[in-house]
Write a protein that binds this ligand. Structure first.
Ligand SMILES: *Cc1c(COP(=O)(O)O)cnc(C)c1O
Length: 388
């Protein structure tokens, strides 16, 4: 490290050089990201609250009120009037919190020591981290032909050690929505915690449903659902790190609270201690600014681009893995390995992402991908297709 102070100009010159190495969303070349450029109003609010610490909410009473309000606002489109929960760093932390709560509840009420966690094969890898950290045995169950969890396989895998079942509303790789209604029934019958991971779909499915799109129910209106993950930093247009975890009532937070001696509060249920208030302020700002109408328009626009891409790909002879439900398209070329196609696209300066199950090129139609980028991409794909 430098001995003498560096000038502000020099520092920012250097930072600019680093930033120039980054990809920019606005180039429209990032095809596989679930994040996008945050809304300007969210960024402004973020910087305004950059010093507030929600780990010590007695000192930041206003920011704490914002966090509680945001959780309640999210609850309002997930069919729950008085949710409890927190704004966290993202889907990973939210999922870990949900499973930690479920594990502790199962331990306290049923004496389960070596717990098992049932997730679909399509589950995000954050559940591998959760299982590892929480000392749970991860049971990954099979999917149906449309890459949704198979409820019968869930039932078969429930044992006296099951601490939670996970269903996904908007899978990371394909955007599929698990049959949460069936999972809810199974969870109630077996007295097991059902957690819904709507990190990706949480900020679109409810608004699409309200506009008449035929999508399944996945929220707290289903009695078995005890917790839901929703990521404002994906379809919510809030800056990273903005995640949300909602529980049905206070008992789920109490199950994992620890004493917090030197702070203005007596106990804490979050994983993180010192934690940012800026994400809550940013999410509050963008949610109010857009309203349900804004999010609905946003989600519909994304689906329109999805339909356009899906239709055009088929016309060019590419094969879709499934008909998209949300704004993700996964496809292959019949005569090329996925990796080979990915390489050819990378050579043409597209930032490509591949799904693992099944292997495919995966495009997430986020705000930064405009129709003109898709036309460019389709031209390149046509070229590639013609040259083999
Ligand atoms: C993105 C995603 C996560 C992880 O969220 P992070 O914000 O990256 O931690 C978890 N679950 C699903 C379904 C996701 O799409």
């Amino acid at each position: 490290m430098n001995e003498k102070p560096m000038s502000q100009d020099e520092i920012f010159n250097e930072l600019d050089k680093f930033q120039a190495m980054d990809c920019k969303y606005s180039d429209g070349r990032i095809l596989g990201s679930m994040c996008t450029e945050a809304h300007p109003i969210a960024k402004e609010a973020f910087f305004k609250f950059v010093d507030s610490n929600l780990g010590d909410p007695g000192l930041f009473k206003g920011t704490k009120l914002i966090e509680d309000t945001v959780i309640k606002m999210i609850g309002s489109f997930l069919s729950i009037e008085n949710p409890v929960g927190h704004m966290v760093t993202g889907g990973t932390e939210a999922n870990i919190m949900a499973i930690r709560s479920a594990r502790n509840m199962a331990r306290d009420s049923k004496g389960i020591e070596d717990g098992e966690l049932i997730v679909p094969k399509s589950a995000h890898f954050s559940f591998k981290k959760a299982a590892d950290m929480l000392n749970l045995n991860l049971i990954r169950v099979d999917l149906d032909d449309n890459y949704r969890i198979n409820p019968e396989c869930v039932e078969e895998n429930i044992t006296e050690n099951t601490v939670a079942i996970v269903g996904i509303a908007g899978t990371t790789e394909l955007g599929m929505i698990d049959p949460i209604e069936d999972l809810s029934e199974i969870a109630i019958q077996n007295d097991v915690h059902l957690h819904v991971d709507a990190a990706f779909g949480g900020f679109s499915i409810p608004f699409l449903k309200e506009r008449g799109y035929d999508l399944p129910n996945f929220d707290f209106s289903l009695e078995g659902v005890k917790s839901i993950t929703v990521d404002p930093h994906k379809m919510g247009l809030s800056p990273i790190p903005s995640g949300g975890i909602l529980f049905r009532d206070q008992s789920y937070l109490d199950a994992m609270s620890v004493d917090s001696p030197y702070l203005t509060i007596k106990n804490q249920s979050t994983i993180v201690g010192t934690r940012l208030g800026a994400a809550s302020a940013a999410t509050y700002a963008v949610m109010n600014y857009l309203g349900k109408e804004g999010y609905a328009n946003n989600a519909i626009e994304a689906l329109d681009k999805t339909d356009f891409l899906a239709k055009s790909l088929k016309e060019l002879g590419f094969e879709l893995i499934v008909e998209p439900k949300l704004n993700i398209v996964a496809f292959n070329h019949p005569d090329l390995e996925t990796e080979e196609l990915a390489k050819l696209l990378e050579e043409r300066n597209w930032k490509v992402s591949c799904s693992s199950y099944p292997k495919a090129i995966r495009i997430i139609l986020m705000n930064h991908i405009k129709k003109e980028h898709l036309i460019e991409l389709l031209n390149d794909l046509k070229d590639i297709s013609n040259s083999i």
